[in-house]
Design a protein around this ligand. Sequence first.
Ligand code: HEM
Length: 511
Amino acid sequence: MAVLLAAGYYILSVAVFILLYNASRRRQRLPPGPKGLPLIGNLFDVPNDYAWLRYKELGQQYGSDIVHMQALGNHILVLNSMKAAVEILDKRADISSDRQSTMMLDELSGLGRAWTQLGHNDSWRIHRRLFHQHFRPSAISQYHTKQTKAIRRMLSFLRESPAQYMDHIRFMAGSMILDVVYTLDVQPGDYRIKLAEMVAHVSTEVFTAGVWMVDMIPMLRHLPTWFPGAGFKIQAAKWKTTVDRSYDIPYEQFKASMHEGGGEPCLASALLSSAEDVEELERMDKVYSSLTGTAYIAGTDTTVSTLASFVLAMTIFPEAQLAAQAEIDRVLGGTRLPDINDKANLPQVTAILYETLRWNPVLPLALPHRTTADTSYDGYYIPAGTVVLGNSWAILQDETLFPEPQLFKPERYLNGDGSLNSSAHYPIETFGFGRRICPGRYFAQDAVWLAIAHILAVFKIERARDGDGKEIVPTPEFTARIVSMPKPFECKFKVRSPQAESLIESAALGG
Ligand code: HEM
């Protein structure tokens, strides 16, 4: 009886605390948003699927470019305009660059090994600084040879089995990063590629489940695995094993090869050889393994999804493809494959890259930031601890910035004479915001540019035909959760000419 009374008293105190807390907050003018229920707030209003669309609608409904919700005492703020994103995430980056830590994501599933999850603290600064040293604009030219090699190998795969184009793009992106990070020359089906794909699957599973009970009541992590309802612990332990293997196996293999006198130039060798002595090496081991493993995890799916959007756009909007191919033929004369030095002479390809980044941002809500101090915007109060979502999708679909935003129009980025229009708004929001903006973006842009230029130089991407021979125009449909990938669609990769055929042949022979 005494236990029951104590429990009742405890629940009552928590309820009173939350009510008082909510009442005190109500006195502050919070940004507009749906009215929540007592105690749980907007728990049932927080959208899971296509959240970026719903948040834009809510903004329109409340006539505001920012939308606020509160779930179980946690504040969530969505920024639907470039103005709000610049104001809060760029100009006030000193207080809006933290991350929200959660039990399932950061601890139980092992995904917290990615330094993307670190709070805005000294450990994050060390990771970011080291990563930047190897991926800043002046450093990435060292990767062009490896990027080009992976892309040229993909051309033969695309010619041999065009219907499996997504597998080839996926293998290209994965093998490119494994080569850049650990100098691994992998073949399709390599278990290290598989491991990384499994980690992408783990992230999807963790996010697709929505809110985990253990994130609301962290004490649940102490439940024994046999306890009813503790099945999440068994699942999380399996995920953690996969995540740990994906970080540890290639990294430990690389370290072993270095001891044996190998260890060719790559990110891992640059990091490991920068340590001054054995002590520093030991101290920095976790940092190096997070930097190498995270490069793989953060860089593969994002590149794959961007290229899938490019293929989808080429299938739906053939004019953009024709214009770029005319330019490529004029510059290369059909006698060689493109390389990164052709960039300045191929503005149409660059415009297709920009429009791809804009048309379907891979992470439509970037990654959540978190505020570390109270602030305000347009007279609205934003408390410390608010999770801030920059709605990249809403910004890049803003018709005042990009007329007819749902159409794929590379000419937005071009002048009348075909040169790049430097005053057009570059879709930087695809790479996120403020201090947390993607540090792999220069590398990623060159990889995607090279892939687009190569594919368009030798292939025509055509629409598939139905049983009556009529062209099938795919509907642009994208997956609904954190990484927005085009849903499977049909298209055809046709080699453009006999010259293109021999360019693919000679690329396969390393030419
Ligand atoms: C087209 C490809 C890519 C896109 C669209 C993309 C997009 C993003 C976005 C939206 C964020 C979150 C930014 C924020 O929190 O505001 C991010 C973070 C990050 N990206 Fe990328 N990314 C791409 C490729 C890459 C590549 C190739 C790498 C590594 C080589 C990489 C490494 C990272 C890392 C380490 C972070 C975390 C930064 C931090 O938390 O400080 N990304 N990326």
